[in-house]
Design a protein around this ligand. Structure first.
Ligand SMILES: C[S@@+](CC[C@H](N)C(=O)[O-])C[C@H]1O[C@@H](n2cnc3c(N)ncnc32)[C@H](O)[C@@H]1O
Length: 296
């Protein structure tokens, strides 16, 4: 994952605050944002991620981005606590970054589903030969044979905000699980990481790096340019949902939240005039939200 910049939040795959050296800039990017309620549906997921599949596969690579390796995957595995022989399904698996850790944990069957055929093809290229792996191109929001009540545990990693219908997503995750089956959901923190609406700021008097939110309480669809600076026109859509809407969607989907963790950056700024403030900010503002849940 490329080094995070101090520019306003631009790409949810680049969430870190620490570039060190200069005070944070407050320049705003105006995004076209609107409530999804009553609006035309977001573009199909296939269109959203297939065109950027090669970029995302390269970004994540064999073992994950820096944030995957250092923060997201360790937390997912710790909270999931996969046991030998278990059947686990990774919903919105992308190019399959979680599959190897699940296999290494001894899972008896690992299923990955994703709406992007190209990302599923990338996952198959890496893990398709493993007899315990099953990979399917499927819309997580639509009925599917994979949502069959056969899995001990389900995961959805860094994808809830990429899915247009959160209730349908969680309902299908619940349907995929055995009764009381476990789920782990990790996502961009909905309170502090809102593309185009959350920024770092620098208070020169207090010498504090602060987090500024320009909007939070309205659900909104935010276009994300996957190659900032290049005129490729490749975009995905980030579906921001306030915390109450997110938690309610989980419950409406048939999952009961059992624990919540907020995950912080592992990165530390280089020594310099702002490093103390940056360090404090990294410890005070979480990047990701991790939830465990059970099928009700
Ligand atoms: C940021 S990627 C995360 C992928 C993977 N979990 C990871 O951590 O690398 C978001 C993924 O959500 C998938 N996605 C978005 N909407 C979807 C839907 N309705 N059904 C299935 N997958 C979907 C995209 O195709 C993409 O692979």
């Amino acid at each position: 994952m490329p080094a995070p910049s101090r520019r306003p939040f631009h790409n949810p795959r680049q969430p870190g605050p620490h570039a060190a050296g200069k005070p944070p800039q407050g320049k705003l990017l105006q995004g076209k944002a609107h409530s999804p309620h009553g609006q035309p549906a977001a573009p199909p997921a296939e269109r959203g991620w297939d065109p950027v599949a090669a970029w995302y596969d390269k970004l994540v690579g064999e073992s994950g981005s820096d944030y995957h390796r250092q923060v997201i995957l360790p937390a997912t595995l710790r909270l999931l606590d996969p046991r030998p022989g278990e059947a686990v399904i990774d919903v919105c698996c992308g190019q399959g970054v979680l599959l190897k850790p699940l296999l290494d944990a001894g899972c008896g069957q690992v299923t990955g589903i994703d709406a992007s055929p190209r990302l599923i093809a990338a996952a198959k290229a890496r893990h398709g030969a493993e007899r315990r792996v099953r990979l399917l191109t499927a819309d997580a929001c639509a009925p599917g044979a994979w949502a069959d009540g056969s899995h001990d545990a389900a995961t959805c990693v860094m994808a809830v905000h990429d899915v247009a219908d959160a209730v349908a997503l969680f309902a299908n995750m619940a349907r995929a699980l055995k009764p009381q089956g476990r789920a782990v959901v990790v996502l961009m923190h909905p309170c502090f990481r809102i593309p185009r609406q959350s920024h770092w700021g620098w208070d020169a008097d207090q010498k504090i790096q602060y987090r500024r939110l320009d909007a939070y309480g309205s659900p909104r669809d935010i276009p994300i340019t996957t190659h900032p600076g290049k005129a490729s026109g490749e975009q995905t859509t980030f579906h921001h949902r306030p915390l109450a809407e997110l938690l309610s969607a989980i419950g409406r989907g048939g999952l009961a939240v059992t624990a919540c963790e907020e995950l912080y950056s592992h990165r530390r700024s280089q020594t310099g005039p702002f490093s103390k403030a940056e360090h404090r900010a990294a410890q005070e503002f979480p990047l990701f939200l991790a939830l465990t849940a059970r099928r009700i």
